[in-house]
Design a protein around this ligand. Structure first.
Ligand code: NAD
Ligand code: ZN
Length: 364
């Protein structure tokens, strides 16, 4: 089956390499003008109390730093409130938006950039190709690797009122510039590094096992999985070399997902996030426990990699839930029609009956 995505958009420019963060001031200065000199920098709250890098010296008096609390995954309300903070501080629209952090912080930067130039609220743009005009020039510096948020055309958020977890899928959501500096991932806790890193492996495992395929997406996916194997079967997944490799894997994995679809695992994982509030990376790894029948090879590799790196995966999070919670888990899984069709065909509901879905959740 063809993906229906024909004219793919990639990140306009990227810089890669240790120390490449030092290029940020020059990149921003090109965009500062008499019309607007102001840059907004969203940074993961971890860096409120920890140094990002001695090279981080981009701030002018016109700029605004906003720390993003990443304790919970973003909601539409959070996106709207971040936009309001930008607008309350000054009437002058910024000339650039920078996101420094993981998937959450990069997604906040993408959403606010789109909202500032399109008007309206975040919930108005959840879906496909609803953003009307380009956002404000946006730059990402990932500080943890795996989601591919630096290279995808979406920014994920949960609608506060409806509970719908869906991004602003649009060419205008793609970053204009990314800076991939492997130095920035040095401080990530080991478990978190594994959980988020596995997102790249899992995206590509699902794409390559699906039926919506295209040759370029497949090439990105194969290379991403190979890089992940190098990293997670290596002696130390967080060595300088492996952190650089995982940063490349994350970027390529994001490019892969831009032209393909995930499969069975992500819908289950999304349901765990929506119903139980689990974070994306760890929710994926937890879900893997129920995926052997769908992805036998990926399942086996995954556990060997976790064992090699001494990472333990939480267990039993879905035992002893109420009937209402199991029903909500089923609804939040089955809503993801496109990936489930990709993995199981159009009759996926005949395979994933409510009873079967409950049985799979109980297994994890
Ligand atoms: P995250 O943003 O959820 O952050 C995870 C944790 O890592 C946080 O506690 C953060 O403080 C910490 N952290 C980040 N960098 C660090 C560093 N250098 N040192 C120490 N701690 C650090 O991380 P994530 O897993 O990259 O992102 C998950 C989010 O990404 C979810 O909201 C998910 O929905 C979204 N996502 C988006 C896309 C997309 O295409 N836009 C794709 C997949 C997932
Ligand atoms: Zn994912």
């Amino acid at each position: 089956m063809t993906t229906g995505i024909r004219n793919a958009r990639n990140v306009s420019r990227y810089l890669f390499g240790t120390g490449s963060l030092s290029n940020l001031p020059a990149i921003l200065n090109v965009h500062r003008s008499s019309a607007s000199h102001r840059v907004i920098i969203f940074i993961d709250h971890y860096f409120q109390t920890h140094t990002l890098s001695d090279d981080f010296n981009v701030i002018t008096p016109a700029d605004q730093i906003i720390y993003v609390d990443t304790t919970h995954e973003p909601t539409t309300s959070l996106m709207n409130s971040m936009r309001d903070r930008v607008l309350t501080e000054s009437a002058e629209l910024p000339c650039a938006i920078v996101g420094i952090g993981g998937g959450i912080t990069m997604d906040v930067a993408k959403a606010v950039s789109n909202l500032l130039s399109n008007g309206g609220d975040a919930e108005d743009y959840q879906g496909w190709d609803l953003v009307r005009v380009p956002g404000i020039f946006k730059v990402a510096l990932p500080t943890i690797s795996g989601t591919g948020a630096e290279s995808t055309r979406t920014c994920v958020m949960t609608n506060t009122a409806s509970g719908l977890k869906l991004g602003m899928n649009s060419d205008f959501t793609v970053f204009d510039q990314i800076i991939l500096d492997p130095d920035l991932t040095r401080t990530v806790p080991r478990d978190q590094y594994f959980f988020t890193g596995m997102d790249a492996f899992i995206h590509c495992m699902e794409s390559l096992n699906g039926s919506y395929r295209n040759a370029i997406g497949d090439a990105y996916s194969s290379q991403t999985m190979q890089l992940c194997r190098d990293v997670f079967f290596g002696d130390d997944m967080m060595s300088d070399e492996n952190r650089a490799k995982l940063m490349v894997a994350s970027y390529l994995g994001g490019c892969a997902i831009a032209t393909s679809y995930v499969g069975v695992l992500h819908p289950f994982s999304a349901a765990l996030s929506v119903v139980l509030g689990l974070h994306h990376g760890v929710a994926n790894c937890i879900t893997m426990r129920a995926m052997e029948e769908f992805y036998p090879e990926g399942y086996s590799e995954f556990y060997r990699m976790a064992e090699r790196q001494g990472v333990s995966i939480p267990e039993g999070v879905c035992r002893n839930l109420t009937d209402d919670q199991y029903e909500r888990l089923y609804s939040a899984t089955i809503i993801h029609e496109k990936p489930l069709t990709n993995a199981l065909g159009e009759d996926f509901k005949d395979i994933l009956t409510p009873w079967k879905v409950r049985e799979l959740f109980l297994r994890i």
